[in-house]
Write a protein that binds this ligand. Sequence first.
Ligand SMILES: NC(=O)c1ccc[n+]([C@@H]2O[C@H](COP(=O)([O-])OP(=O)(O)OC[C@H]3O[C@@H](n4cnc5c(N)ncnc54)[C@H](OP(=O)(O)O)[C@@H]3O)[C@@H](O)[C@H]2O)c1
Length: 167
Amino acid sequence: MSTKELVWFVTGASRGLGLALTKRILARGDRVVATARNLNAFDPLLADPSTDRSRILILQLDVTSPADAVQGVVREAVEHWGRIDVLVNNAGMGGGVGPSEEQGVDHMMEVMRTNYTGTLSVTHAVLPHMRKRCAGTVLLFGSRTAYRNEFLGPCECSPRRVCPCAD
Ligand SMILES: NC(=O)c1ccc[n+]([C@@H]2O[C@H](COP(=O)([O-])OP(=O)(O)OC[C@H]3O[C@@H](n4cnc5c(N)ncnc54)[C@H](OP(=O)(O)O)[C@@H]3O)[C@@H](O)[C@H]2O)c1
């Protein structure tokens, strides 16, 4: 493999931005470890004749799995292509639209397990391999809602359903 080619590791590659990025990575001639918790989701991608199968490794990964399971998937990826150049922590779930109290604590805990703990777990599994090579890039997906809340606490008194108290 040429040193100019990058090896990407993408979580939540089954749909949305993760799938779009996976297609772009293949289109630019790089290699990708595309992971998803449901492998059947990749069927349309693999059925597409433009998909270069020699550049994609598909692995099952639920980012909320126990740490040793996550480490096992990362190890398999590293053994396959010798390295991970770019980790894309894309897997995530939205906090939901509507007042925070209507989402329920169970839902918010699931969001935390996926977006926060899941991201940490995958990053912790990949970092030792990047440290060994003194090289690597870690990407994190976040949301502007984290610092400008327009969804979790809308207010009936505003036409935009944004509480005037928020500013
Ligand atoms: N789109 C936006 O406007 C926006 C805005 C702010 C932040 N973001 C963030 O950007 C990222 C991608 O957004 P998106 O719009 O493409 O989201 P999306 O269409 O909802 O896709 C989310 C992806 O994450 C996967 N996923 C969820 N929980 C998982 C888990 N426990 N383990 C492994 N994969 C899991 C989903 O897999 P399944 O198919 O199995 O459900 C899916 O592939 C997310 O982290 C999201 O929070 C997006």
